[in-house]
Write a protein that binds this ligand. Sequence first.
Ligand SMILES: N[C@@H](CCC[C@H](N)C(=O)O)C(=O)O
Length: 286
Amino acid sequence: MASTNSERRPFVKMHGLGNDFVVFDARQAPLALSDATVRALADRHTGIGCDQLIILRASDDADVAMEIRNADGSTVAACGNATRCVARLVMGERGAEQAVIETAAGLLRAHGSGAGVAVDMGPPGLDWQDIPLAEAGDTRRLDFTRGALGDPGAVSMGNPHLVFFQDDAVAVQAFETLAPQIERDPLFPERINVSLARVDAPDALALTVWERGAGFTRACGTAACAALVAAHRRGLTGPKARVGLPGGMLMVTWDVAGDSVILAGPADLSFFGAVDLAAYEIEAAA
Ligand SMILES: N[C@@H](CCC[C@H](N)C(=O)O)C(=O)O
């Protein structure tokens, strides 16, 4: 079978709290990957393995543009942790402490923050059309119940999020089974990321996330932002909280007056590699 990518292509493996990314640089050499090839590369048994695959492209308006693909091949507009990882790469290249990243959700500004990276994820979308929902609803407390889970908040961080605030054992157990079903509920025409949040203090949340197109992940930056926004809208927390995830801790600040959400935490490089994309294209087409 003819291949458009018949050479070994370098990549960088990065992660934010174990939310992991394969990053290809297509600023010089163009790269287009089918959904099936992304799925093959993201596979943890037969591929490189990742939650999201990132393709960097040149940008006229920013230091770099990034295309974001979920492990299932779908293209998405926002990924908080990958944006922080890409910012770290770009800042390293330029010896700078700041970077501007172009995503399909807009231009995002990042800067070094302690040992990690902080990014301004922009304003949260709070109208039901922003999520989007299939019909009008109160995004502060949606009239939506599935089994033991109910009354979630809905927030867009450039991507759609649903956040349940329940910490009883029944809800925690139900979440594992129900989250994948809720992702594809007809109320969410673009599917949805689903989180279960526990409020530990007015400045502390604990979060479990089922990511649209990737499954349960060790962390999700936009989910951390959405959870803080949803919690603050209900008066459960202040506008700033540490958000504990299976992979570690993120800091989220909702600057309500400035209408932006700042996400900060570690952004780490795991290893450099190279991959024969032609082999993956053949496997994906088989
Ligand atoms: N891991 C990400 C979110 C990636 C996209 C998400 N799965 C979606 O489909 O919207 C993050 O750190 O925000």
